[in-house]
Design a protein around this ligand. Structure first.
Ligand code: ADP
Ligand code: MG
Length: 264
């Protein structure tokens, strides 16, 4: 019997599984091993930054969590649900914003959201209620009937976040969601997601190569060449490496000089 399924004393709250648990997951493309026994945990109500340069394996890990690839090693659980053994239950609790843009440019914001809701089996009135709620959260209520094509990059990202919330997931994955955005849009996108963590207790895994997106309260998970080199709070990351700044800590732990285009 797993801990999740263990009985709890009468009157106490049921055990609350973590938003995401990855244990001992590896992945290879042919001979090339791009993930090497990766383990990480994102508790509920946590903003976790998956920090790694291009090629670290971030998107490959996301493909395993979302079941685009079958994970044949280790285990992945979303709110306690194993993605291999109970994929329906696991994916129902997962919201995803992929690295590439995936909205239909010629549909309205609302239509994009309703389509996603239909895929999740939601009835029309409920889907419309949730679309209005989700667009409100990302500050785009007044654009609901416009085509996505008319939006800026940052606004499109916000619609993708709104869409990812439609089926009310407990765990959210975002793969480099701020790449290509100007400073103002970056802040708006990250603040919306931080708000969701605080207000709704979502567990978020935010993949990035941009060190300056890390805040003091975040869980920091450093992925480098397919290996998790560190997982813990920011003060622990600095103490672990003896560094004075996050940038220096990253350099020390990975032995590299920069995270790609973000030169020191
Ligand atoms: P990141 O998202 O951190 O930039 P990726 O997960 O995209 O990293 O890539 C990790 C490594 O796996 C890279 O070396 C990349 O070239 C390789 N890779 C990614 N996808 C494939 C694929 N479909 N076939 C072969 N190699 C791949
Ligand atoms: Mg990637």
């Amino acid at each position: 019997m797993t801990t999740d399924a263990a009985p709890h004393p009468q009157g106490s709250a049921p055990s609350q599984p973590d938003a995401l648990v990855v244990s001992g997951v590896s992945h290879s493309f042919g001979e090339k091993r791009v993930l090497d026994t990766v383990s990480l945990t994102v508790p509920r109500g946590t903003f976790a930054v998956l920090l790694g340069p291009n090629g670290a394996g971030k998107s490959t890990l996301f493909s395993l969590i979302t079941r685009l690839y079958d994970n044949v090693t280790g285990e992945i659980r979303i709110l306690g649900n194993d993605v291999r053994r109970t994929p329906g239950a696991a994916l129902q609790r997962l919201g995803v914003v992929f690295q590439s843009k995936t909205l239909d440019q010629d549909l309205s914001l609302q239509q994009n959201l309703l389509y996603h809701a239909a895929l999740h089996g939601l009835g029309r009135p409920e889907a419309k209620r949730r679309a209005a709620e989700a667009l409100d959260i990302v500050g785009l209520s007044d654009r609901a009937h416009e085509k996505v094509r008319n939006l800026s990059g940052g606004q499109s990202r916000r619609v993708e976040i709104a869409r990812s919330l439609m089926h009310r997931p407990g765990c959210l994955l975002l793969d480099e969601p701020t790449v290509g955005l100007d400073i103002g849009s970056r802040e708006s996108v990250i603040n919306i997601v931080r708000g969701l963590v605080q207000r709704q207790g979502l567990g978020v895994l935010w993949a990035t190569h941009l060190i300056d997106e890390i805040a003091d309260t975040d869980l920091v998970i450093v992925l480098h060449k397919g290996k998790v080199l560190f997982s813990g709070q920011l003060p622990g990351f600095l103490a672990h490496t003896g560094a004075k700044s996050t940038r220096e800590a990253f350099r020390i732990i990975t032995g590299t000089t920069s995270t790609d285009e973000e030169a020191a």
